[in-house]
Design a protein around this ligand. Structure first.
Ligand SMILES: *Cc1c(COP(=O)(O)O)cnc(C)c1O
Length: 250
């Protein structure tokens, strides 16, 4: 038996397969409850802190979109997955806070950056994409989402809602970045319903101004139903697929 088929058949694979089926059922049920077509809502598997072998298990089960929140962890993991499953087309999303000096590294592996929250970060990413294209490391522009801070608390990242339109305009003017929509994490101290409703209003406005900004990335393991009820097109799920991450990495 090859190492690959052994890996497929083990207990961890069965555990992940069950979890993936349950998450897909939750998404389908939330779409039904909201009167939405399930094809409108995609699943991003957030694999931070879990090994490339778990990503390979998810890829074998048909999952192709993966999210990470730290460049230092994601770059090597994307390389490991490419070695484990060279023929499987996957796309990696950066969903975490990004320092400008990591922009050049991120554009080597990320198909989408969901956490663009300032004009200066947008500029750094645009320069990084231009350099990567020149070096033959990537072909086209980088898909980006602007990350909104629903409660305006600067400590946790995200662009305050009043500043979102100007940030989106700036990205839309770049030939290296393609504005695809908005991402947010529901703030801890706010009811998810209120948070996602405010987010949806901001996303609708952006979509009005920028026809390519159709995506709304909202909802995680604990609140994906509420996010889908408020128009989410991407749910980002870690814990419900792969299990708890412990205290070190919330
Ligand atoms: C970790 C993380 C998630 C996934 O959270 P879970 O509660 O484990 O599903 C989603 N979005 C971002 C930005 C994250 O960092």
């Amino acid at each position: 038996m090859s190492a690959q088929s052994e890996g497929r058949d083990d207990d961890r694979t069965a555990e992940i397969a069950g979890a993936l089926a349950r998450v897909r059922e939750r998404i389908a049920a939330a779409c039904a409850a909201a009167g939405r077509d399930p094809a409108e809502v995609r699943l991003l598997a957030v694999t931070k802190t879990f090994p490339a072998e778990d990503v390979a298990r998810l890829a074998d089960l048909g999952q192709t979109e993966f999210g990470e929140n730290r460049e230092q962890e994601a770059g090597p993991k994307a390389g490991e997955l490419a070695a484990l499953r060279p023929a499987v087309p996957v796309r990696w999303h950066m969903v975490g806070r990004l320092q400008r000096n990591k922009a050049r590294a991120v554009v080597r592996w990320a198909g989408m950056v969901q956490s663009v929250d300032s004009p200066r970060l947008a500029e750094a990413l645009a320069r990084a994409v231009a350099a990567a294209r020149e070096a033959g490391e990537r072909g086209g522009p980088l898909d980006v989402l602007v990350q909104a801070s629903i409660d305006g608390d600067p400590a946790r990242g995200g662009c305050p809602l009043p500043e979102l339109p100007a940030l989106a305009d700036k990205i839309a003017q770049s030939g290296e970045l393609m504005l695809r929509g908005v991402m947010a994490v529901a703030p801890l101290g706010m009811a998810p319903e209120a948070a996602f409703s405010a987010l949806r209003t901001a996303a609708d406005r952006l979509r009005n101004d920028h026809p390519t900004a159709v995506e709304l990335s909202a909802g995680m393991s604990g609140d994906l139903e509420q996010a889908i009820a408020h128009g989410s097109t991407w749910v980002r799920v870690g814990t419900a697929l792969l299990g708890g991450r412990g205290l070190a990495s919330p």
